[in-house]
Design a protein around this ligand. Structure first.
Ligand SMILES: [Mn+2]
Length: 327
């Protein structure tokens, strides 16, 4: 187990606290929620009074997380806390409405794995090398002598598997599998959770996927793939905007494709665009040139105008990025 993560000072703060608030980040994902809920269960086991907060709605596919119904909006916080712990929150702004909690707490701490984290809490445990915040939470729970129940295992598994792209991204380390081996010994219902997290989709989502695939088109020697979804598509499918979230990956998975874009009508005058690239190609500069941003292989932007205008702009930006990459 790693020892360079500065978790002992947080363990000490926890031991000395009675009432503890936990907070996840805006647009919550499996790691921020799974890690916070694993920590919540551990602190309850220690007899602490603990409340878990999240500034945004939790995603439907994470409804399986033990304790997710206990999560509250930060505005519902009452009274004072001995300690606030931010979980997987890379900077203060990502606390969103959770920033009010810092004023209600005597001490603040954070556990996070984003290398860009400026260390905004009083006590900061940040390890940019950790594949998921959940690995640090696992270590913290060990310091606190918490017994890993099957519910805690389910929370940690959800966090680790989602942040590693189901154990596929290059961030997946040996430590991930060491912790997974421990979780498997705690009666982790792996195949059930895996189906719920990674395979099961709602009918509107599948219908929308069919529309997106139907709209798939190729450019620049079939190295760029585009998909388009109109407001009408969403209406016909009974789909919500979040149902389009991962569809761009279908276009990127086509053999020979190096960059993919999903264009979605956000309003009559705005098109939201998700961009993806296969390494070593990158789409962050293309996104920036259209007023957006993101990571090298996953970025996005919003363009004013209709679908045809947005298509022309994004194609021009991607073609330029393709030329700038390795042929
Ligand atoms: Mn994370």
């Amino acid at each position: 187990m790693k020892t360079s993560r500065n978790l002992e000072p947080i363990a000490a703060l926890i031991r000395g606290s009675r009432r503890i608030a936990l907070c996840s980040h805006v647009s919550p994902d499996g790691d921020t929620l799974g890690s916070a809920l694993a920590l919540r269960l551990g602190l309850l086991q220690m007899g602490k009074e603990v409340e878990a907060f999240c500034p945004d709605k939790t995603p439907d596919n994470l409804a399986i997380l033990p304790g997710i119904d206990a999560i509250r909006h930060p505005q519902e916080a009452q009274g004072r806390y001995d300690l606030l712990i931010a979980v997987d929150v890379s900077d203060e702004m990502r606390l969103g409405a959770g920033r009010v909690l810092a004023e209600l707490a005597d001490h603040t701490a954070q556990v996070d794995h984003h290398g860009t984290n400026p260390g905004y809490a009083q006590v900061n445990a940040v390890d940019g090398e950790a594949a998921a915040t959940a690995l640090m939470i696992r270590e913290l729970l060990a310091l606190l002598d918490v017994d890993i129940t099957s519910d805690i295992a389910a929370c940690l598994y959800t966090a680790i598997s989602t942040d590693t792209g189901n154990f596929a991204y290059s961030c997946t380390t040996a430590e991930v599998f060491q912790v997974m081996a421990e979780l498997m010994e705690r009666q982790l219902p792996l195949s059930r959770l895996n189906r719920q997290l990674f395979r099961q989709r709602s009918k509107p989502q599948i219908r929308l996927m069919a529309r997106a695939l139907n709209a798939l088109s190729f450019y620049e020697g079939e190295r760029i793939a585009l998909m388009e979804l109109t407001a009408r598509d969403f209406k016909d499918c009974g789909a919500l905007k979040e149902h389009a979230d991962t569809l761009v990956n279908l276009a990127l998975d086509v053999e020979g494709v190096r960059m993919a874009a999903l264009l979605r009508e956000a309003s009559e005058t705005q098109i939201k665009i998700s961009l993806r690239a296969v390494e070593p190609d990158r789409v962050d500069e293309a996104a920036q040139s259209l007023g957006g941003g993101g990571h090298a292989q996953a970025a996005g932007c919003t363009v004013n105008g209709d679908m045809a205008a947005a298509r022309a702009q994004v194609l021009a930006a991607l073609t330029k990025a393709l030329g700038g990459g390795r042929a």
